[in-house]
Design a protein around this ligand. Structure first.
Ligand code: PGA
Ligand code: ZN
Length: 424
């Protein structure tokens, strides 16, 4: 049973405070977790509790830490760590709000992940096995190699330009191609006269004037690295369109252009025609522009993976609504947007049931925790985006996948999904 739950304040990859949690079981087994933090957050994300006082620019998380060490620790003492749904429901009820704002989603998620880590250790299984059962498959990975928008100080308004291996080989083989392309991209950018400093997610943050230039550089790098665009390596974008949507005039202010929803669709079409290897787009419309998102989804569903991030915030209720409306065809999955492991699995299960792909995601503020690498394997056949092959907080996740792939060996498929937790 759970003997003790303890949190402390640590720091993330942007130097901001975050929560670390240790869960100790009565037999001495310890599970640990570190909580990530986003910059381009969706309006409906579970609330990250920050102190708002004079310390550390108000970003301290001592309130969340104290909530773990007092209320949550008391409520979970004696509980079975293998009953993740009950542990998570206990914290959700204890919090009592719709958005986890009282105890803090950062407090609750840290405990939720650490309980899963402890339970896995307790059964002598790696986390991916504990969460996913047998018959597992490595995820397809998406690597953000040019950073714009909220994650970089440059002229590019689209937030992420990712490359992904599309030949079904091993993870190691695909990752090698990504690494080669990444190093080639550095040279291509240098030849173009750009700085090659890195953005928050390890991608380059060249001071380009627009997204088309970024796509051109990527296209050229894939070829120069010796690969065929679309056959070996494809491209994906996270538009994070809320960043360039203007609420006042209801238009998209993108790199010097002012566009209606329809005109934005035309602009995307231009990119899709020029770069046939562009296969996936995340948040192409503002999170409140349901009309724009649905119209674009209807006309592009067959051509493109349309990933919903800010639009659904990993929330099963918002996903249900999006499915009904006909928005997108894939879900982005971020544990800290919803705040518990159980609800995250529920959103994944709901996505799959409705034919939506799932892409597990890091946050722009990350830690060394590799939970999401295990999760991406556990959900089987999923996708994972966790940054460029640079900066340890990103590379650690890929290194973890290399370890897992070696352990899995061959012939593993299919995963099982935990039954849905009834949260109503
Ligand atoms: P964030 O960025 O962590 O800053 O929200 C990632 C994303 O938008 O997908
Ligand atoms: Zn996003």
């Amino acid at each position: 049973v759970i003997e003790n739950v303890h949190a402390l304040e640590i720091f993330d990859s942007r130097g901001n405070p975050t929560v670390e949690v240790f869960v100790t079981l009565s037999n001495g087994v310890v599970g640990k977790a570190e909580v990530p933090s986003g910059a381009s957050t969706g309006e409906n994300e579970a609330v990250e509790l920050r102190d708002g006082d004079a310390r550390l620019g108000g970003k301290g998380v001592m309130k969340a830490v104290n909530n773990v060490n007092t209320e949550i620790a008391k409520a979970l003492k004696g509980m079975d760590p293998h009953n993740q749904p009950l542990v998570d429901k206990t914290m959700i009820d204890l919090d009592g709000t719709e958005n986890k704002g009282r105890l803090g989603a950062n407090a609750i998620l840290g405990v939720s992940m650490a309980v899963a880590a402890a339970a896995a250790k307790d059964t002598n299984q790696p986390l991916y096995r504990y969460l996913g059962g047998t018959d597992l498959e490595m995820p397809q990975t998406f690597h953000n190699v040019i950073n714009g928008g909220e994650h970089a100080d440059n002229g590019i308004d689209i937030q992420e330009f990712m490359i992904t291996p599309v030949k079904k080989t091993s993870f190691r083989d695909g990752f090698e191609k990504i690494v080669n392309t990444y190093h080639t991209l550095k040279k291509v950018l240098e030849d173009m006269g750009y700085e090659t400093g890195l953005g928050d997610e390890g991608g380059f943050a060249p001071n380009m004037k627009n997204s088309e230039e970024a796509l051109k550089a990527l296209h050229e790098s894939i070829i120069k690295a010796g690969y065929v665009p679309g056959e070996d390596i494809a491209i994906a974008c996270d538009c994070a369109a809320s960043y360039f949507y203007n609420k006042e005039d209801g238009k998209y202010h993108l790199e010097g252009k002012v566009l209606t929803a329809d005109e934005l669709s035309d602009y995307y079409d231009k990119l899709l025609t020029e770069f046939p290897e562009l296969i996936s787009m995340e948040d192409p419309y503002d999170e409140n522009d349901v009309e724009g998102m649905v119209k674009f989804s209807e006309s592009h569903r067959d051509r493109l993976q349309i990933v919903l991030d800010d639009f659904i915030c990993t929330n099963p209720k918002l996903l249900k609504k999006a499915i009904k409306e006909g928005a997108g065809n894939a879900s982005l999955i971020k544990l800290n947007q919803i705040g518990t492991v159980t609800e995250t699995l529920e959103t994944i299960r709901l996505s799959r049931k409705n034919g939506y792909n799932t892409m597990i995601s890091h946050r722009s503020g990350e830690t060394g925790d590799t939970f999401i690498a295990d999760l991406a394997v556990a959900i089987n056949g999923g996708q994972l985006k966790t940054g460029a092959p640079a900066r340890s907080e990103r590379v650690e996740k890929y290194n973890r996948l290399l370890e897992i792939e070696e352990e899995l060996g061959e012939g593993e498929r299919l995963a099982f999904f935990p039954d849905s937790l009834d949260l109503d």
